[in-house]
Write a protein that binds this ligand. Sequence first.
Ligand code: AP5
Length: 196
Amino acid sequence: MIGLVFGPPGSGKGTQASRVAVRLGIPHIAAGDMLRSEVDHDTALGREAKPIMDAGGLVPDDLVVRMINERLNQTDATKGVLLDGFPRTVPQAIMLDVMLKTRNATVDEVIALEVPDDELKTRILKRATTEGRSDDTAEGLAQRLIVYRQDTAPVLEHYREAGTRIDSINGVGDIDAITEGIMEALKRGGVVVGTA
Ligand code: AP5
């Protein structure tokens, strides 16, 4: 099972992907978390990514694709993965298709979380007071939303054209209920069998 959790900044991709991945017994691969780890470890990639991330922009496709490709080569990824925050541009989606083809795989499912902008802003500014993520500012979020609409939203069209199953999920409300909604959608799509 290769699944993608898709949605604007603050829509709950990380929250939901981590829970669903545990239920499916596959790794949760979060591009943003991996990049923040690179920043924390002061690697060459981290040094290049940090100013871009702080400004709410996108790290260059080739760097992110190489990072994800290396992660997909790890043994735990052979049984499937749940990707969060990747692909984020149409070129990344095309490169993911190629990476998966070499592994005789394809994207099986896109879970698209839908949350209105005012709720996204409330969540991000609330998290800013507790976690202090450097891109969780009003300006950073505004830029992340612009980038999402311009570069990331078209990724859904890429999968629609490919005939990939896309489940739109209301991402507002109780976190447990949203997780159950995703699991139900995965069951309907035949991704989850039985009571997993
Ligand atoms: P990334 O870390 O992916 O950030 P993002 O997309 O802006 O998303 P967030 O992590 O802010 O939100 P989320 O949707 O995961 O929601 P979460 O569960 O955290 O990427 C950061 C940066 O890295 C990018 O801007 C870019 O620079 C770079 N990058 C990453 N991937 C890249 C790529 N592929 N290519 C190029 N560059 C890339 O929840 C948010 C908050 O809401 C939390 O506090 C949570 O507790 C709360 N919350 C969650 N669900 C609910 C709910 N139902 N009700 C109330 N609160 C909730």
